[in-house]
Design a binder for this molecule. Structure first.
Ligand code: CA
Length: 265
């Protein structure tokens, strides 16, 4: 028996017809991917209608969902009714200024990434904005590509490697990356180091298809050789440990694409 003899047991299969490298949480223009299922919502607070319309249109063309609020009051009520992944606040607003609005938002314990916009190229404005809890600052006028780059960076920082949670929870699975313990429905699961790293990778990217290449690179720090099936073998080791005795499957095969951590319920 050669190394190809182990066949992955595809205990759960779903058809994912689009795939994007999960390293980037960002959708690219016009490319429909699995991430279309997870829309990135952006709220723009800007009173200049033309500017707001231009930015919203550009964001939508780049696969984001954008809502605009013309003043701080409208922004506050919008934030109460919808969840956003990112906020863009203009400093000059007719009611409360953007810096103060940013401070108010942070005071409500809202940790959504905030990008401040200002026509005033003043260091003081930037410092005040960042002190008020903004994550980044962009001076008007700007190239739209720069706005997109800042947005992507903020989303990546927020969703990924920046401040990593050490307790990860998905469905009834719980992983503690400090004590290196894993449990499902309160029962301890014993994992090898690689299985643990693999599960952590899935739990940091729930509901996203992870390609074998990506898994190999992230867990084994190697380039994936398509001639081997060790990823499938390890995924099945992991499945046996976390799914045995449970009706709800968590790691699903995305045929021809890779694997996805997804609740079966
Ligand atoms: Ca303005």
């Amino acid at each position: 028996m050669g190394s190809h003899a182990l066949n992955p047991i595809e205990n759960s299969e779903i058809d994912i017809s689009h795939y994007t490298n999960p390293k980037s949480n960002i959708r690219h223009p016009k490319s429909k991917t699995i991430f279309e299922l997870i829309m990135v919502n952006i709220c723009l607070v800007e009173d200049e209608q033309k500017v707001a319309a231009f930015i919203c249109k550009g964001l939508e063309e780049n696969g984001y969902t954008a809502k605009a609020a013309p003043n701080a009051a409208a922004a506050r009520s919008l934030l109460q009714t919808a969840a956003f992944d990112l906020l863009i606040l203009d400093v000059m607003l007719p009611d409360t200024n953007g810096i103060e609005l940013c401070r108010q938002i942070r005071n409500t314990d809202n940790k959504t990434p905030i990008l401040m916009l200002s026509a005033l190229d003043q260091v003081q404005n930037k410092v005040s904005g960042l002190k008020a809890g903004a994550d980044d600052y962009l001076v008007k006028p700007f190239h739209f590509s720069e706005l997109l780059a800042r947005i992507e960076a903020l989303l990546r920082r927020h969703n990924g490697s920046g401040e990593e949670e050490h307790i990860l929870i998905f469905d009834d699975l719980k992983l503690d990356t400090w004590s290196n313990t894993a449990e499902r429905a309160g029962a301890q699961i014993t994992l090898t180091a690689k299985e643990f790293t693999l599960l952590e990778l899935f739990m940091r990217h729930p509901n996203k298809v992870l390609s074998r290449e990506y898994i190999a690179e992230q867990v084994w720090k190697i380039d994936f050789d398509t001639g081997t099936n060790f990823i499938d073998v390890y995924v099945n080791y992991l499945r046996n440990k976390i799914e045995k005795g449970f009706k709800n499957k968590l790691i699903h095969t995305a045929i021809g694409m890779g694997y996805i951590l997804k609740s079966d319920k």
